[in-house]
Design a protein around this ligand. Structure first.
Ligand SMILES: Cc1cc2nc3c(=O)[nH]c(=O)nc-3n(C[C@H](O)[C@H](O)[C@H](O)COP(=O)(O)OP(=O)(O)OC[C@H]3O[C@@H](n4cnc5c(N)ncnc54)[C@H](O)[C@@H]3O)c2cc1C
Length: 380
C-alpha cells in the first residue's frame, strides 16, 4: 500500500461503496476503497435483486398510515435511484439485467384491496403513481396467479437487476476513473488528528482527509467510536431460487396477504423471498438459512402461484440485512469533519447507486442533490 494521504477512503465494497468510489473518482478525488473480504460478498451480492419503488406493504400494515407518510422522503430517494438504475448498465458498459416493468402487489380479499388503496393514496400524495387492477386486469397481466386473487396495485416503476453484476461493474468503472480498490483488508480502527484520518487495517495504516463509511451492519461499531451509536439492528434475510422456467413473470411481484416477493431472473429462475428472516450463528456471526421460514415462504408462494407446485427449488442463501427503527436511511456527517456514513435498510440495492453519489457529494462538501434532513441520525 503506497504511503500517501488519500483524498477519500471508502470503507466497504458493497454496492454503496463501489458507487461512492465511482462518483468520488468522477469528481476528481484520489480514492482508496478497502473491503475486508472480496467485493460484493455481503448483502449487496446476496439480495433478491428487487428494484423497489413502493412503500413496503408489510411495514405499512405493521406501522400504519402515519409511518407511511413519514416514509415518503425515503420512497422518493428510491425513485431517484431508480432513475439512475434505468441508464446504469449503459453508463457502465455492462448488462446489469435491469428491467423496470413495474411491480404488482396482489390482493386476495376485498379488505386487502382496501389496505392497498390507502397505501396508494399516500404514495400518490408524493407523486408516485400506480394503477389499481381488478380481477380481470390482473388475470391479463399475470395469468399465472391463482384465480382466488381479486386485484392488485400495479406500481409503474419497479423491477429487478442482477445483484451479482452491479457492484463489480461499479468497481470496474471506479478503477477506470483512477480509484484504487484493495480487498482482503479489514479496517480495525479509525483515528483522527490534525485534519487527517488514520485507519488501522489488517494490512497496515492508511491515511485520508475524508472517510466514507459504508460497512452495512458493522457501521454502528464505527459510529460508536465517535460516541454516536446509531440504531442499526441486524435483520438477516434469506432468498430461494427455482430451476429455470420458461418466461412467465414480467413484474416484481408482492402479496398483500403475507410475506412474499418474486421475480424472474434473466436466466429463467424465479427468485422467491420477501424478507423472511434467516438465523445468525451465535459463535461466528455468519447468517444461515432458517428451514422453517423457507418452507413458510414457499407456502405463501404456492398460494399465490399454484403452478409452482411442480417446480423445484434449487438454491437458497442468506445475507446480513439490517434495519433502522423507522426503516428510513441514515445518511449523515458524523464525528470529526470529513467523516460520512450511509445505510439504507431493507432496500439498499435499489438505493445504492444514489446513496453512493450522495455520500460522495457529502464527503467532498458539495451540495447534496437530496435534502438529507429526514435521514439525519438525530431524529432518533
Ligand atoms: C437476503 C437479502 C435480500 C435482500 N433483497 C433486497 C432486494 O431485493 N432489493 C433491495 O433493494 N435490497 C435488498 N436487500 C438489501 C440490500 O442487499 C442491502 O441494503 C445493500 O446491499 C446494502 O449495500 P451496502 O453496500 O450498503 O452494504 P453491504 O453490501 O453489506 O456492504 C458492506 C461491505 O462492507 C464490508 N465491511 C464491513 N466492515 C468492514 C471493515 N471493518 N473493513 C472493511 N470492510 C468492511 C463488508 O464486508 C461488505 O462487503 C436484501 C438484503 C438481504 C440480506
Amino acid at each position: 500500500m503506497a504511503a500517501r494521504t488519500w483524498d477519500v477512503l471508502v470503507v466497504g465494497g458493497g454496492v454503496t461503496g463501489c458507487s461512492a468510489a465511482w462518483h468520488l473518482a468522477g469528481y476528481g478525488a484520489e480514492v482508496l476503497l478497502l473491503e475486508q473480504f472480496d467485493l460484493n460478498t455481503q448483502a449487496s451480492g446476496r439480495n433478491a435483486g428487487s428494484l423497489h419503488g413502493q412503500i413496503q406493504h408489510g411495514s405499512f400494515l405493521e406501522f400504519g398510515d402515519e409511518w407511511g407518510r413519514a416514509f415518503l422522503p425515503a420512497l422518493l430517494f428510491l425513485h431517484r435511484s431508480l432513475d439512475i438504475w434505468r441508464g446504469l448498465g449503459e453508463r457502465l458498459s455492462t448488462d446489469l439485467e435491469v428491467s423496470l416493468n413495474g411491480g404488482l402487489l396482489i390482493a386476495e380479499t376485498a379488505d386487502q384491496m382496501r389496505d392497498i388503496e390507502r397505501k396508494v393514496a399516500i404514495e400518490r400524495s408524493a407523486g408516485v403513481e400506480s394503477d389499481l387492477l381488478d380481477r380481470q386486469d390482473l388475470a391479463k397481466v399475470a395469468p399465472y396467479v391463482s384465480s382466488r386473487m381479486v386485484g392488485a396495485q400495479l406500481s409503474r416503476v419497479e423491477g429487478k437487476a442482477n445483484p451479482m453484476l452491479a457492484a463489480p461493474a461499479l468497481a470496474r468503472a471506479a478503477i477506470g476513473r483512477g480509484a484504487h480498490i484493495q480487498v482482503n483488508t479489514k479496517v480495525l480502527g479509525l483515528d483522527w488528528g490534525n485534519g487527517v484520518f488514520t485507519a488501522i487495517t489488517s494490512t497496515g495504516k492508511v491515511t485520508a482527509r475524508r472517510v466514507v463509511l459504508v460497512t452495512g451492519n458493522s457501521l454502528n461499531r464505527f459510529a460508536s467510536l465517535w460516541g454516536r451509536p446509531l440504531p442499526i439492528m441486524d435483520d438477516p434475510a434469506q432468498v430461494g431460487a427455482t430451476e429455470p422456467m420458461a418466461p412467465m413473470v414480467h413484474h416484481l411481484v408482492y402479496y398483500a396477504g403475507g410475506q412474499l416477493t418474486f421475480k424472474q431472473a434473466k436466466a429463467g429462475t424465479l427468485l422467491i423471498g420477501g424478507g423472511w428472516s434467516s438465523d445468525i450463528d451465535p459463535s461466528t456471526g455468519v447468517t444461515r438459512v432458517n428451514p422453517a421460514n423457507l418452507v413458510a415462504n414457499m407456502r405463501v408462494a404456492l398460494r399465490v402461484v399454484p403452478s409452482l407446485a411442480g417446480v423445484r427449488l434449487i438454491r437458497t442463501w442468506s445475507g446480513a440485512g439490517l434495519a433502522t427503527p423507522d426503516l428510513s436511511p441514515i445518511i449523515a456527517r458524523l464525528g470529526p469533519p470529513g467523516l460520512v456514513v450511509g445505510v439504507y435498510p431493507h432496500m439498499g440495492l435499489t438505493a445504492g447507486p444514489l446513496l453512493g453519489r450522495v455520500l460522495a457529494q457529502l464527503a467532498l462538501d458539495r451540495p447534496s442533490e437530496v435534502d438529507l434532513t429526514p435521514f439525519a441520525p438525530d431524529r432518533f
